[in-house]
Ligand binder design. Structure first.
Ligand code: F6R
Length: 612
């Protein structure tokens, strides 16, 4: 949440920062700002709205400066406004800061600083931090690096910050704890950002700053030390990401591009991990924990949002294939309970961004209590893979649309692989069954490709439901998490209120909502609960609900009942989520478009939820 970009070098910083902020807008887009150090002055520009609004507002102003910092905000403390937008300056205008995260003890710090005469211009926690740094700088008669370091020892909470100083345009300070920060190392120049996307076109050499580290760039030299004042040796890595992955490639929206990328992303996720002829799954990142998995008494999956839905699919598959009991927990609830966790438990944390604050806190808690923690993450180099004992990357590639699509199917693919891997270790599936399942799984990317042909049908149905105010999604078995995910997609991007339910639960309450206005989307493919779902559809039709059914190719029974059908290819029931989710993603996409919504950046949301 919140994106930050900084530059120091020989080029003009404004263009680099603004372009970078646009790449980071998925992290927050309610206001933006930039501060530039030019000839011992800090010029700063802030604007409510998107980065393009900031650009328009700053047109014609002095945009010179070879050192600069920028920010795109998702408001936590203080409403979105020009006043609360970052950067924030020290009272004398000497220092500027941008910040991603939350300073939890900003209240007492603010009180203390106010009592000493500090006057604040905004409602943000960030402004408190820059006043604190300025205060230490003045009181302790020290240099900026030391003042930042001392200030950070007093701060409770999460942060990634950049600080500039008009008296030292040749200096830039970056620091992080709990929020990501990447430093791109160029030729005598440095690019700093919340993720690598603003950096990739300038350099592939990057340093992922670690928690409690401070980077001090001074006259082209980089020094990294910890908050405890220990100097660190920078570890420079090569970025593997391609620039094209960050562009729309001819699609109108990132979400549509990412939906269409799924045959590729699922294939990439399986590459080198499945051996269908041998009936074997190989997962290098968790191999070391094979014994733990073999002997696990229980698996607890922790995640949020869409990743939590993937976890529910994982629950079905792991219990079915590996016969290990699985519990799926909202990370935000788990962390504040007093959960019973033992050393024989395995906790699987799922996160696209690898930065979700609640999921990270749930991991810390389970780790303290001795569980083995495995991660399923998409963003390489993010925080969660560093917190876990082992893990499996999803390799879906950068997901920029705020609504998760290809990351979900990649998470489900990894969970499918983990379920089969555990089954292989525990001998709960016959070798012949593993061969059969893996042979069908290998075919899934091709079937996803075929499924994408439902685009036109979903467009047509979207036009029929676009004016609805509510919708219900129903499914049974693995179709239930698919229904939840379909409902989440629709509500988050089209703002139509939608609920997902296990189909049989409908008659215990939600059926009261059904009338001729209510679209009811039913996962009605031919699998073990097919007949039961048909009965549920009949119950909806008896109350004049409008049924949109996701059916298996060639289905006639549901077609005879439903108002609209979308066909998907036949596949093993275990892989149904990988196919049935696709039409629901497209249905949400087209409905949101017809309602004039901003598909890639829905209101109030941000992609990376680094606050609790
Ligand atoms: C919905 C969506 C969110 C995320 C959730 C967890 O489309 O994207 O519900 O799934 O915020 O994020 P990660 O997976 O990054 O931990």
């Amino acid at each position: 949440m919140c994106g930050i970009v900084g530059y120091i070098g020989q080029r003009e910083a404004w263009q680099i920062i603004v372009k970078g902020l646009k790449r980071l807008e998925y992290r927050g887009y309610d206001s933006a700002g930039v501060a530039l150090v030019d000839q011992q002055h800090i010029n700063h520009y802030k604007k409510t709205g998107k980065v393009s609004d900031l650009e328009a507002a700053a047109a014609g102003a002095n945009l010179q400066g070879r050192t600069g910092i920028g920010h795109t905000r998702w408001a936590t403390h203080g409403e979105p406004s020009d006043r609360n937008a970052h950067p924030h300056l020290s009272e004398d205008g000497r220092l500027a800061i941008v910040h991603n995260g939350i300073i939890e003890n900003y209240g007492p710090l603010k009180e203390e600083l106010s009592s000493r005469g500090h006057v604040f211009q905004s409602d943000t926690d960030t402004e408190v931090l820059i006043h604190l740094i300025a205060d230490i700088l003045a009181e302790e008669k020290t240099d900026l690096l030391e003042a930042v370091r001392i200030a950070l020892t007093q701060v409770i909470g999460a942060y990634a910050i950049l600080v500039t100083d008009r008296e030292h345009p040749e200096q830039l300070i970056a620091a992080r704890k709990g929020s990501p920060m990447v430093i791109g190392v160029g030729n005598g120049e440095y690019f700093i950002a919340s993720d690598a996307s603003p950096i990739i076109e300038y350099t592939r050499n990057v340093i992922y700053l670690k928690d409690r580290e401070i980077a001090f760039i001074n006259g082209g030299e980089l020094l990294i030390k910890t908050i405890d004042n220990e100097v660190q040796t920078p570890y420079i890595q090569k970025l593997e990401m391609q620039l094209e992955m960050l562009e729309k490639a001819g699609y109108d929206h990132f979400m549509l591009k990412e939906i269409h990328e799924q045959p590729r992303s699922i294939r990439d996720c399986m590459r080198g991990r499945i051996y269908p002829q041998e009936g074997k799954v190989q997962l290098g990142g968790i191999k070391e924990y094979a014994d733990k998995l073999r002997n696990a008494e229980r698996i607890i999956i922790v995640a949020c949002g869409t990743s939590w839905h993937a976890g529910l699919v994982g629950e079905y598959l792991i219990e079915e294939f590996a016969r290990i009991p699985v519990g799926v927990e909202y990370a935000s609830e788990f962390r504040y309970r007093n959960p019973i966790i033992t050393e024989r438990d395995i906790v699987i944390a799922i996160s696209q961004s690898g930065e979700t604050a609640d999921t990270m806190a749930a991991i810390e808690l389970a780790k303290e209590r001795g569980a083995t923690i495995l991660g399923i993450c998409n963003v390489v180099g993010s925080s969660i893979p560093r917190l876990t004992h082992g893990g499996v990357y999803t390799h879906a590639g950068p997901e920029i649309g705020v609504a998760s699509t290809k990351a979900f199917t990649a998470q489900v693919t990894v969970l499918t692989l983990i379920a089969m891997y555990a089954a292989q270790l525990r001998g709960t599936l016959a070798q012949s069954k593993l061969v059969e399942l893996l042979t069908s799984l290998e075919d899934i990317p091709t079937l996803v490709e075929k499924t994408l042909a439902c685009d036109q049908a979903t467009q047509y149905i979207a036009a029929e439901i676009k004016d609805a105010t509510n919708a219900i999604f129903l499914g049974r078995g693995v179709g239930f998490p698919v229904a939840l995910e379909g409902a989440l997609k629709l509500k988050e991007i089209s703002y139509i209120h939608a609920e997902g339910y296990p189909a049989a639960e409908m008659k215990h309450g939600p059926i009261a909502l059904i009338d001729e206005e209510m679209p009811v989307v039913v996962i009605a493919t031919q699998n073990s609960s097919y007949e039961k779902v048909i009965s549920n559809i009949q119950e909806v039709k008896a109350r004049k609900g409008r049924v949109i059914a996701i059916v298996t190719e060639g289905d006639t029974a549901v077609r005879a009942l439903a108002d609209y059908v979308i066909e998907i290819p036949d596949a093993d029931e275990a892989f149904l989520p990988l196919l049935a989710t696709i039409p629901l993603q497209l249905l949400s996409y087209h409905t949101a478009l017809l309602r004039g919504c901003n598909v890639d950046q829905p209101r109030n949301l941000a992609k990376s939820v680094t606050v609790e």
